[in-house]
Design a binder for this molecule. Structure first.
Ligand SMILES: Nc1ncnc2c1ncn2[C@@H]1O[C@H](COP(=O)(O)OP(=O)(O)O)[C@@H](O)[C@H]1O
Ligand SMILES: [Mg+2]
Length: 251
């Protein structure tokens, strides 16, 4: 589903290289965890996957379903089924969360050649998904993410993901800012989306999230490259011994 080959990417404005020869393959049905110390390039990788214009790919390729997505803009990637849950979700003043969801869902449906959802159908879908996440419908009347707590922002991200039904989900530090109950709800939401047709890339600094979202594979990032890959045992090893051993080995 996702094949990243020798990816090099830099900050467009300054030319600082951050992703330095990264290789990663994630198959359909797989949940891959990306771990790594602060500053290792985890968030940058998610931005590059989403196609943010402030990062430039200078070498290598990103294949999604066998096709390079480098020439696709963020909206085209989203329409093709790539979803990114940000570490720091953007606040959108003046746009009610419900309105945002409606526009997001229907623009994707249009891009895929499906009919737009009628309001009652949309409301029903949103209600159902919000219910699983134990989100109050009143929250959806508020502008997206404005004044939301850390936990509420993460739930709003997972809600979007549930409604958009992407094929490739990239979750950047979905655990940060969550108390343990909220963490469980978010993890349940993610687990409910696990499917043989869908791949998930779960980025996390700590092992804790992976107690709830058990990954098939674990990859350690250091200085913009994958320096070690393994199964869920690798995450436990990192929790016990820290990153120094793994990162040191590779240096
Ligand atoms: N726009 C930018 N300009 C300069 N440096 C950046 C920029 N974005 C990220 N970096 C640097 O790239 C490195 C990786 O950052 P990031 O991808 O956020 O790491 P992580 O998510 O693993 O903590 C850090 O050293 C960070 O300071
Ligand atoms: Mg980060």
């Amino acid at each position: 589903m996702l094949e990243i080959k020798n990816l090099h990417a830099r900050v467009a404005e300054t030319g600082t290289e951050i992703i330095r020869g990264l290789d990663l393959t994630v198959k359909a049905g797989e949940v891959a965890a990306i771990m790594g110390p602060n500053g290792s390039g985890k968030s940058t990788l998610s931005y590059v996957l989403a196609g943010r214009p402030d990062y430039e790919v200078t070498d290598g390729d990103i294949l999604y379903d066998g096709q390079s997505i480098l020439e696709m803009d963020p909206a085209e990637r989203a329409a093709a089924g790539v979803f990114l849950a940000f570490q720091y979700p953007m606040e959108i003043p003046g746009v009610a969360t419900m309105e945002f969801l409606k526009v997001a869902i229907n623009s994707q449906r249009r891009a895929r050649g499906d009919a737009e959802l009628k309001i009652p159908d949309l409301l029903k879908k949103v209600k159902e998904a919000a219910g699983t996440l134990e989100m109050d419908m009143a929250m959806l009347k508020r502008p997206l993410n404005v004044g939301f707590s850390g936990g509420e922002k993460k739930r709003a991200e997972i809600l979007q993901m549930m409604l958009l039904e992407p094929k490739l989900c990239v979750l950047d530090e979905t655990d940060s800012g969550l108390d343990i109950d909220a963490l469980k709800i978010v993890a349940d939401g993610v687990n409910a989306l696990r499917s043989p047709e869908r791949a998930m890339v779960v980025i996390t600094h700590y092992q804790r999230l992976l107690d709830y979202i058990v990954p098939d594979t674990v990859h350690v990032l250091s200085r913009g490259r994958v320096v070690k890959s393994g199964d869920k045992g690798l995450a436990l090893e990192l929790e016990k011994n820290g990153y120094a051993g793994v990162v040191g080995e590779a240096a």
